[in-house]
Design a protein. Sequence first.
Length: 42
Amino acid sequence: MGVSYSDHYEEKGLFERLMHRLRSIAAGAGGFRPVIPAALRC
């Protein structure tokens, strides 16, 4: 699957960060590893 967008797209930086995080998700033995090392807590 491919996604194309203009070089002038206002949210290009945000979109590229999102795609980087999605690509960093990898399957491990017990399921998927988290993208961030620890869960966020309130």
